[in-house]
Design a protein. Structure first.
Lengths: 83, 185
């Protein structure tokens, strides 16, 4: 028998649930809760979407100018050090 | 240094959320790390060491910049005591891929990220953009693993509240304006 869990407890652990960082017993309790609680499963879907969006987003690319700017600064600094 | 460029840049961006400032700080970080290389102790991971330098540099820049004074006070007020309750319980199932391409959603994501307190943004970027482990994130930021998890939870739930269609939905409805949902407390 799975012991029930409250919505508040689910919200506390939702991030660990997404990261698969929970003990199997707690995970099962949360899974049972999601089956019957529309609100918590909406919070889970949305939070998962956020994680997916952040991981996929092209916004999180390094600007193209970064490498060239970095190496010219590095060269300038090395030039100063060696002179 | 090339394999670490992305990590350094995003570590700086987590603390600053300004691409130009992050780029400047990241470049300074590389120079500083290059000069400090003889002091590097091999018992630490090189990535942890250099990301720590980037975050420290970024925080120093953040503190120097008086424009952020109000924001930093606000961030201090947001303690980690008590539970974070999601504001919006509307359904938000899988996003169709064509919607992910929409400018409105990308802009909303950018704004939501910028609205996070730096301490939450730092953790979110290390974990969800850079995929750094909980243990390494804790070591980089000098906080406990439990604290990393708490901050990550809050960051993700705040991002969700800012982006969930039911509470605002500017990217779903196509409205031009974006209604800020902060403060979250």
């Amino acid at each position: 028998m799975v012991i029930e869990i409250s919505c508040l407890e689910v919200w506390r652990e939702i991030s660990n649930y997404i990261d698969d960082a929970l003990e199997p017993e707690l995970r099962s309790r949360m899974e049972a809760h999601f089956k019957v609680c529309k609100h918590c499963s909406a919070v889970l879907d949305g939070t998962r979407n956020v994680v997916k969006l952040i991981a996929d987003e092209a916004e999180f690319e390094v600007p193209t100018s970064f490498g060239s700017g970095l190496y010219s600064k590095l060269n300038a600094s090395l030039g100063k050090t060696s002179s | 240094m090339r394999p670490y460029e992305r990590a350094i840049y995003f570590a700086a961006k987590g603390a600053l959320d300004n691409p130009a400032d992050a780029e400047e700080v990241a470049q300074e970080t590389v120079l500083k790390a290059f000069n400090a290389l003889p002091n590097f102790r091999f018992e630490a991971k090189f990535s942890t060491w250099i990301i720590q330098i980037a975050i420290n540099e970024a925080r120093m820049k953040f503190r120097k910049d008086r424009r952020h004074l109000y924001e930093s006070i606000e961030a201090e007020r947001q303690d980690e005591e008590g539970d974070y309750r999601p504001k919006d319980l509307a359904d938000w199932r899988d996003i169709p891929s064509e919607q992910l391409q929409r400018t409105e959603l990308r802009d909303a994501l950018k704004r939501a990220m910028a609205a996070l307190a730096p301490k939450y943004r730092e953790v979110l970027i290390l974990r969800d953009v850079q995929h750094v482990s909980i243990a390494e994130t804790a070591s980089i930021l000098g906080i406990s693993e439990a604290n990393v998890k708490t901050r990550l939870l809050r960051a993700r739930l705040q991002m969700r509240d800012a982006l969930a269609p039911g509470i605002d939905g500017s990217w779903v409805t196509g409205r031009n304006e974006y209604k800020k949902v902060r403060p979250f407390s």
